[in-house]
Design a binder for this molecule. Sequence first.
Ligand SMILES: Cc1cc2nc3c(=O)[nH]c(=O)nc-3n(C[C@H](O)[C@H](O)[C@H](O)COP(=O)(O)OP(=O)(O)OC[C@H]3O[C@@H](n4cnc5c(N)ncnc54)[C@H](O)[C@@H]3O)c2cc1C
Length: 455
Amino acid sequence: MKYDVIIIGAGPGGIYAAYELTKKNEKLKIAVFEAGHPLEKRKCPIDGEKIKSCISCPSCSIMSGFGGAGAFSDGKYNITNDFGGTLYQYIGKEKATELMQYVDEINMQFGGEGTRIYSTAGTKFSKICMQNKLKLLNASVRHLGTDINYVVLENLYGSLKESVDFYFDWPIEHIIKTEKGYLVSGKEQQFEAKQCIVSVGRIGSKWMEKICEEMEIPTKSNRVDIGVRVELPAVIFSHLTDELYESKIVYRTEKFEDCVRTFCMNPNGAVVNENTNGIVTVNGHSYEDPKKHTENTNFALLVAKHFSEPFKDSNGYGESIARLSNMLGGGVIVQRFGDLVRGRRSNATRILEGMVRPTLAATPGDLSLVLPKRILDGIIEMIYALDKIAPGTANDDTLLYGVEVKFYNMEVEVNENLESRHKGLYIIGDGSGVTHSLSHASASGVHVARKILEG
Ligand SMILES: Cc1cc2nc3c(=O)[nH]c(=O)nc-3n(C[C@H](O)[C@H](O)[C@H](O)COP(=O)(O)OP(=O)(O)OC[C@H]3O[C@@H](n4cnc5c(N)ncnc54)[C@H](O)[C@@H]3O)c2cc1C
């Protein structure tokens, strides 16, 4: 089969690249190969009753399939260059913002209309944070919610499948450069294209590394973020979440001068498992529909670590910590903040007696046996700092789930068009190490599509 463009990966990066290509040139022959299932077949088997924790399915429905890692996410599209990736370093801040806004418009056309956009512009919380040694980062955030995000994806698929050939459950194994373009192979079949967009996300990190080695594409190690997910009664953060929805707050610790930051805040949301290459970590999401709201808010507290010499495998370091937690807890560990600071393991009774009802069935345990002291000290300091702007954060019953690890793919060397050293081979989204979010990954897809269209 011959195509004009082959896209590998149907996450936001791949989807918005396909959208832009088909919208602007109906004649292009486009194929999308996706290792995971179609949207309607994506179902994580954890039901909290028969299956309580991750059983490591061959294709993880949380991370893979149409919609990528973002399909069951909270659908928070942050329009900012302050976090979510470094796309702006390649294409400039103005262009990056413009593309994120364009993606927002598409999301509105495909079912997102009526959802709210929140902004930090002019908020009183910037000052309150500063007065308490905290820094609030600037952003506008469109909160689609897990439910509307799904509707948008469903509608996008409905529109795209008319003009794009989708190959699901079709992991691509090799990319070979030819005189005319690229040969892409998987399931013992070969497909040919003039140009190829690789958008394989975090789940494709190991594969991406292999491809870069085979094709001699230079890479650089990236950072890893390690920490916990905090869950507490929604009222404790409601003054912040009602106005800003998500607040990205940074704290510089006194002891080590490390930066600890809040990440992925989910008001009235739920804590969930995440499986990256067989390692179970924790994440969170929340629904737009008030009927599906829980009484809790959750967010991550993360510390960034970047190794370069002589050890440079930042992800390997994060993986080892996550494996340790999986070894001790059989998956994710949960601990009350009060137990952590008293140096004792949490148990089921103390959690049951506490004020916060956990939204994820995790193993009560002791996070101090898992997280390095430096990281744990930073997290504890940050919880006390947050307690000043949201009293109750440092309550004994506040739950900490661990570990949360944000793996970043190694940074692949690409130019301002996100094109690798091989002409016509573009590497985008989280798989490139350039982006770490829905909005940046989607914007990177639109960007390469436009470059391809320009010829
Ligand atoms: C639970 C959860 C919640 C999140 N919440 C948010 C949020 O609210 N806001 C936010 O900005 N970000 C959030 N994120 C992160 C966000 O989902 C990602 O940044 C985004 O999806 C990256 O898009 P992508 O297209 O680069 O990659 P992905 O979405 O990871 O998609 C890559 C796709 O490529 C496929 N693939 C991989 N290898 C191959 C191969 N060899 N052949 C074929 N297909 C392959 C994968 O199966 C996958 O479907 C969340 C992530 C998770 C897991």
